[in-house]
Write a protein that binds this ligand. Structure first.
Ligand code: CA
Length: 236
């Protein structure tokens, strides 16, 4: 009996790991702080759009990291008051999947920007091959909205050699030196979809012991539900 209990527990343990997200992984900042080695967030101010390795990026403090942990209307804000310059943020997501297995990346920023010439925020993703910020998306709100970038091709151009995907956010308009440009961020995340992952769950199980033989045969039947493999063509 003890053995059977352990078997059931083990099957449940394995299945649980495959149950929740068939082939999608959500990366976000919950629990991240300055000592965390995976995801990172930075702020800056500039008239331009600095590359991820620019020295002008400053990492968020632990207190400010907590403001972007969840979509909970607790927002980090970056205010900047120099004529012609923008308030900016930079997000680094560490992707666990091997880059050649990735088939879709969705980057999302929840927040907004304000500036004397108008509200709005612009987001872009870093192409490390072209060394350029690309795929701009924008919002025009003066209150929280979620803006996203969806990538489905040339994905290895957007996952750098360290497995990082970089997202830039900036106010659409700059400060005029009298009124600041302010960038507000409630939450940011990155969803990665990969090829070739199965989905498995237990529909039911029942004990079907045979006690008319000696020794008894302890038997448990599982009914499983799974999604099939996707053909990944042996490319990696
Ligand atoms: Ca938040």
């Amino acid at each position: 009996m003890l053995t059977r209990q352990k078997m059931v527990e083990e099957v449940n343990r394995i299945v649980r790991q495959n149950r929740n997200k068939p082939n999608e992984t959500l990366y976000y900042f919950a629990g991240v702080g300055q000592t965390t080695g995976t995801h990172k967030a930075y702020h800056s101010d500039s008239a331009n759009e600095p590359a991820p390795d620019h020295v002008g990026w400053n990492e968020l403090s632990n207190v400010d990291y907590e403001k972007i942990w969840y979509s909970d209307d607790n927002r980090y804000s970056k205010s900047h008051n120099v004529n012609g310059e923008y308030a900016l943020m930079l997000f680094r997501f560490k992707i666990d999947s091997r880059e050649k297995t990735v088939k879709k990346i969705v980057l999302a920023f929840e927040g907004y920007g304000t500036a004397p010439a108008g509200n709005g925020v612009i987001i872009k993703v870093w192409n490390h091959v072209a060394s350029a910020w690309q795929n701009a998306q924008s919002g025009t709100g003066g209150a929280d909205e979620t803006i996203s970038i969806t990538l489905t091709s040339s994905l290895t151009d957007y996952i750098d050699d360290s497995g990082y995907v970089w997202l830039l956010a900036k106010t659409t308009n700059p400060s005029d030196g009298i009124t600041p440009a302010i960038l507000y961020c409630d939450y940011a995340c990155c969803t990665v979809t990969v090829n070739g992952i199965t989905y498995l769950d237990i529909v039911s199980y029942r004990d079907a012991d045979r006690v008319d033989v000696k020794p008894f045969i302890f038997r448990t039947e599982f009914t499983l539900k799974s999604w099939s493999f996707e053909d990944i063509g042996g490319v990696f």
